[in-house]
Design a protein around this ligand. Structure first.
Ligand code: NG6
Ligand code: CA
Length: 523
């Protein structure tokens, strides 16, 4: 639908005092509401609908059964910040030179330039109310002065296209451990100001290193700074005691704030991004979910995440919004087991396969780091099916803009492809025929058709990586690629056999293709 018709329908809708989808327009539903759910470190094999049996995810499975489930969905990067940067800007994060887009600390500056055309700003232009609840991890403040968590915290989500935000700044394992609503920390007592440092211990409270006896979970050195709610974090924090979140209440807050946003905007088209915290570390299940899965705490928090999804689905049902709401659920990167806290995720695995057997983990460019679950339900437009077409989350911007009837300006979203036809099932073609994948230390890989090529990158060193089988030096080495690698994913989906020497031309072609994409300025 072009913008004219979108606007015309919007006007007609408001004249009639109802929302747009109450007007049948030649059978085409008007702009759908969009709920974009991004889990944190959810692996390709972690959901029932992707083969998990030790973890039960009935709500997400229902979402998949009522919509399209992609088998070739990709996160643009295998860590959070660059992946979410790509999601919101439509640009591969490794292109960005001016701003730091690697894993950000809780006091890092905003990595998206304020005023830039983003996924939420485009949807806002199309008439949507835009909000984000949950994980942010794209930085806050201008970087010129240190961000002041006691004052107005900006620029942030509101300066890059969101009308509303209820977020935590970075990761649950990084300070400050607080919620931010729009520009302010929630529940802050001005008499107890927040001080944050990632370099100096400015806190008067114990660290995990000093008082391991106070901890709910033991942690490695990087996660052994200030103890907050019995969990030692990355970074030091002082003050803000009344504002600190409890890990055991995060999921409930995500649900209540998401449902509140949906209720408040039920009469206009809305775009809500929900950043789940699960199953990222520290993994702490809310009481009803403790011990409910068959593979320990990591399974428990995935089941908790499934419950959150069910609550959001229920709210849509209750408000009669299900039919014309596009719900997308995916993950910012692949799975990881040990990621800093000794929470028994490795020991309790019980045969569960977080990556469904794909090679590698979060941080890496192997499939286990980047291939993610991807589900989209929109009863009015999407016929239930499974799709083997490629979809990268960087494509959300062009795809959702098209669905909202909004044009992406030429200079924006250089890597985002409009896959609305793929989403809606009106083409069998692989509209995206290649994708670049991005890992820690700026390792890159390219997939083109069935082929996957990873150039040599001997310098790469990964921090905090590993599957936990051996939380020692060995787990830091997997991002080093001493020799180019080539895999045929159709024959060898788990990337077990490097065939670069057997198919040198194929490897050269993909090397050249990757170079061309790196050099290209726009689509
Ligand atoms: C790493 C942390 C890891 C996690 C990750 C971010 C160490 C050793 N590891 O640096 O625990 O917080 O950053 O994860 O500090 S992400 O999903 O948000 O990218
Ligand atoms: Ca993540």
């Amino acid at each position: 639908m072009n913008r004219f018709w979108t606007l015309a329908l919007l006007t007609a809708g408001s004249l009639l005092g109802g929302r747009v989808d109450s007007i049948p327009a030649a059978g085409i539903p008007a702009q759908p509401n969009i709920v974009l759910i991004i889990a944190d470190d959810l692996g390709y094999g972690d959901l029932g609908c992707y083969g998990a049996t030790r973890i039960k995810t009935p709500n997400v499975d229902r979402l998949a059964a009522e919509g399209v489930r992609f088998t070739q969905g990709y996160a643009p990067s295998s860590t959070c910040t660059p992946s979410r940067y790509s999601l919101l800007t439509g640009e591969y994060a490794w292109r960005q030179k001016a701003r730091r887009t690697s894993i950000l600390d809780g006091d890092a500056p905003l990595c998206i330039e304020p005023g830039r055309v983003t996924l939420p700003s485009l949807l806002r232009q199309a008439g949507y109310k835009t909000g984000i609840v949950g994980k942010w991890h794209l930085g806050l403040g201008d970087g010129e002065t240190p961000v002041d968590f006691n004052g107005e915290i900006k620029p942030g989500p509101l300066e890059v296209g969101f009308d509303y935000c209820y977020i935590i700044p970075a990761t649950v394992d990084r300070v400050p451990s607080v919620w931010i609503e729009n520009h302010r920390v929630v529940g802050l007592d001005p008499a107890d100001p927040i001080v944050v440092s990632y370099s100096t211990n400015i806190s008067d409270e114990p660290t995990g290193l000093e008082r391991p006896d106070l901890l709910k979970q033991q942690a490695d050195r990087q996660h052994s700074d200030t103890i907050i709610n019995g969990i030692s974090r990355i970074g030091y924090m002082k003050g803000g005691k009344a504002a600190r979140f409890k890990d055991e209440e995060l999921a409930t807050t995500v649900v209540s704030k998401s449902v509140e946003f949906i209720e408040q905007h039920r009469d206009v088209p809305f775009f809500l991004e929900v950043g789940y915290f699960e199953p990222h570390v520290p993994r702490v299940a809310e009481p009803p979910f403790v011990g409910t899965s068959e593979c320990g705490v990591r399974g428990d928090v995935i089941q908790q995440m499934d419950w959150e999804t069910g609550e959001i689905m229920k709210a849509l049902d209750r408000l009669h919004l299900t039919e014309n709401t596009l719900v997308i659920l995916s993950s910012d990167n692949g799975a990881i087991l040990f990621d800093g806290y000794f929470d028994r995720s490795v020991e309790d695995l019980n045969g569960h396969e977080p990556t469904a057997g794909l090679r590698g983990w979060k941080y890496l460019v192997f499939e286990g780091g980047c291939r993610v679950p991807l589900i989209a339900r929109w009863p009015a437009r999407i016929q239930p099916r499974v799709s083997d077409q490629m979809f990268n989350l960087v494509d959300c911007m062009a795809t959702l803009a098209a669905i909202a009837g909004q044009k992406v300006p030429k200079s924006s979203a250089p890597d985002s492809i409009d896959l609305s036809q793929v989403l809606l099932g009106s083409t069998d073609r692989n509209v995206r025929d290649n994708t670049v994948l991005h890992g820690i230390s700026d390792t890159l890989a390219i997939r083109q058709g069935d082929w996957k090529y990873i150039p040599a990158n001997a310098r790469a060193k990964a921090a905090g990586m590993g599957n936990g089988a051996n939380p020692s030096e060995a787990r830091f080495s997997a991002s080093r690629i001493p020799e180019p690698m080539l895999f045929n994913l159709a024959k060898d989906p788990d990337e077990t056999t490097n065939v670069a020497k057997q198919y040198p031309e194929q490897a050269e072609n993909l090397e050249a293709r990757l170079q061309a994409i790196k050099n290209q300025q726009s689509k």
